[in-house]
Design a protein. Structure first.
Length: 269
């Protein structure tokens, strides 16, 4: 019996024709590797950008916590978030009410100072005060300030305006000086109408305050001629009441100033 192990192995003709495999990765792997690297860079960039937004979110959250005194900021849409919105509304309403009370108190303090000044100087019929939608108004009769048909301030009025200047310095809010006339027409070279007369009178008072070191940015002047009367022009007394200069503590200016002061106090805390 012949042993098959002694027989020589026959070579495969197909294997003899097969080329030798090249060493290393195929060429397409280079392009694939570049693609993967670019994707990696892209995701790293996205991650870094999301990290910046997260930092900003954390800063905003901390600011909100400091502002409303909350340790946690509830998510929108949750019950806690809805309750927080209602709480914010109450806080906002309280803030509005508090600001309104502060404005009222400040105007009452100004009024108290003016009334004391009027009483001491016996100016009851010539200087008046009132509050309306514009703010707090100090009304000065033109009899004290000007001669009829003139815009030059009388020297006798300097002492009065000096004391008014002290009040402007004590309560440093923005004010508007308004000039008003009666309906008696005027036709001169300098004043073709009551518009020019009323505006010039307001400007003269503003210039006086500026000469006394009141900052110009706190002052403005307007003339309204005879078109905002406080009394009837049919009587002599009514026309006299309409000829006036008003120093208006503007309500919006007081409000803005008080808001700024409160914000600075909260910031310091």
């Amino acid at each position: 019996m012949e042993d098959f192990r002694d027989e020589p192995e026959e070579s495969c003709p197909e294997c003899e024709e097969c080329p030798e495999c090249e060493e290393g990765a195929p060429e397409w792997m280079v392009t694939y590797g570049d693609l993967v690297t670019l994707l990696l860079c892209f995701f790293v960039l996205l991650f870094s950008m999301s990290k910046v937004q997260e930092d900003k979110f954390i800063q905003i959250t901390q600011s909100l916590r400091a502002a409303i005194g909350k340790d946690e900021i509830p998510e929108a849409g949750t019950m806690e978030g809805l309750m927080m919105k209602e709480s914010d509304k109450e806080i906002s309403q309280d803030a509005v009410d508090e600001l309104g009370a502060m404005i009222k108190a400040e105007m009452e303090e100004i009024q108290s100072e003016i009334e004391e000044f009027v009483f001491k100087n016996k100016l009851g019929g010539q200087v008046k005060t009132k509050v309306d939608e514009r703010g707090f108004i100090i009304t000065i009769s033109d009899v004290i300030l000007f001669n009829p048909g003139r815009s030059l301030i009388n020297k006798q009025a300097y002492d009065l305006l000096d004391k008014m200047r002290d009040i402007l310095e004590q309560f440093p809010y923005r004010v508007r000086v308004e000039g008003h006339t009666d309906n008696t027409p005027i036709h001169t070279m300098k004043f073709p109408s009551n518009w020019e007369l009323s505006a010039n009178r307001a400007c003269e008072v503003v210039r006086f305050f500026i000469s006394k070191k009141i900052p110009p940015k706190r002052l403005s002047a307007e003339g309204f001629a005879e078109f905002r009367p406080v009394s009837s022009n049919k009587t002599r007394e009514g026309r006299a009441s309409n000829r006036r200069v008003e120093i208006v503590y503007i309500r919006e200016a007081i409000e803005q100033e008080l808001k700024t002061k409160n914000f600075m106090k909260l910031k310091d805390k």
